[in-house]
Design a protein around this ligand. Structure first.
Ligand code: XMP
Length: 317
């Protein structure tokens, strides 16, 4: 069978032989693949690794700080690039999901290239491309690659002047997790739910605003907190909140309210291709719902998505 230690040993040797004393740049997101990649590269080439984290303004609450901190603990110095306003400006008024993805993807590449130019002697670009990404090379993990374009950090264009290093090209996700485990990474890192490259942009249905981002971040934080408290986080593929572009009527004291609706999504899945909704216990749903409507200003209604994939997708956009 496949052996993680053996893979690590060989890959480190290969990377060293290829890179020599040049520099390797890579984009990290805090996700499993790019994190394991950065740790592996750090082990192979140490100071010659340049890790860049681009904050696109579409991350979850405190996520950017936590990712930078996590890397610090792993002994990796990550260059933080705060680009939120550029992304949000370009997304202003954009409603169509694929247009959001396109804008985010292009802006990511542009910001990344501009950062990369600040370093000298960079000859290589490392990416955490997995085997399934290679076989569906056009993009996205769906049955038809045309359903949604996939703009992950793994989607940097070939036209860039760097030579590519993609050590995980032949690996599946669970093998990358095993590599991470062998490299000493915590389960908390290795078991993180997938988070789409376009981030919260595809979880705010319709137009993205600062106000909506704030609402969604707060609701999402509560959902994840309660799911972790109930020991359910590791038992599912993904859980997240979605902000709908709908207001509904409610009552608050003697007053009528007219506020946003939050949809909760929690699914099990093997590979993201198909999914089933999680039968969350009623008491957990109740806590999440009452906390969201009580603690998140601007929300007066919470609904639970009980659709399988297909026919729905996991994300709402
Ligand atoms: P869907 O919504 O298509 O999602 O059922 C399947 C899995 O893919 C993730 N996803 C994305 N990941 N860029 C990404 O990096 C994207 O544009 C994107 N769209 C969906 C989704 O979170 C789920 O895990």
């Amino acid at each position: 069978g496949w052996n993680a230690e053996f893979f690590i040993e060989n890959t480190i040797k290969e990377i060293k032989d290829t890179v020599k004393d040049k520099k390797v740049i890579c984009a990290v997101s805090g996700g499993v693949d790019s994190t394991v990649l950065a740790v592996l590269l750090n082990k192979a080439i140490g100071k010659n690794l340049i890790a860049i984290y681009i904050d696109n303004g579409l991350m979850r609450k405190n996520e950017s700080i936590e990712v930078i901190e996590m890397f610090k603990k792993l002994g990796i110095n990550v260059h933080y690039v705060g680009a939120g306003e550029i992304f949000l400006e370009r997304l202003h008024g954009v409603v169509e999901p694929e247009m959001k993805r396109k804008i985010i993807g292009h802006t990511f590449v542009e910001v990344f290239e501009r950062e990369a130019e600040k370093f000298v002697d960079v000859e290589f670009l490392a990416q955490g491309t997995l085997y399934p990404d290679v076989i569906e090379s056009t993009s996205y993990r769906g049955p038809s690659s045309k359903i949604k374009t996939h703009h992950n950090v793994g989607g940097l264009p070939e036209k860039m002047k760097f030579k590519l290093i993609e050590p995980f090209r032949e690996l599946f996700k669970d093998e990358v997790r095993r590599v991470g485990k062998s490299l000493g990474l915590d389960d908390e890192i290795l078991n993180r739910h997938p988070f789409p490259g376009p981030g919260l942009a595809v979880r705010i249905i319709g137009e993205i605003t600062h106000e909506k981002l704030e609402i969604l971040r707060n609701a999402d934080e509560i959902l994840i907190e309660e799911i972790k408290k109930a020991n359910l986080y590791d038992k599912m593929w993904q859980a997240f909140a979605v902000l709908l572009p709908v207001r509904s009527v409610g009552v608050m004291g003697d007053e009528r309210s007219y506020e946003y609706v939050i949809a909760l999504r929690a699914v099990t899945s093997q590979d993201g291709m198909t999914a089933d909704w999680v039968r969350l216990p009623y008491d957990v749903l109740e806590r999440i719902s009452s906390r969201i409507v009580n603690e998140v200003r601007g929300v007066n209604r919470v609904v639970y998505d009980i659709t399988t994939k297909p026919p729905a997708t996991i994300e709402w956009e």
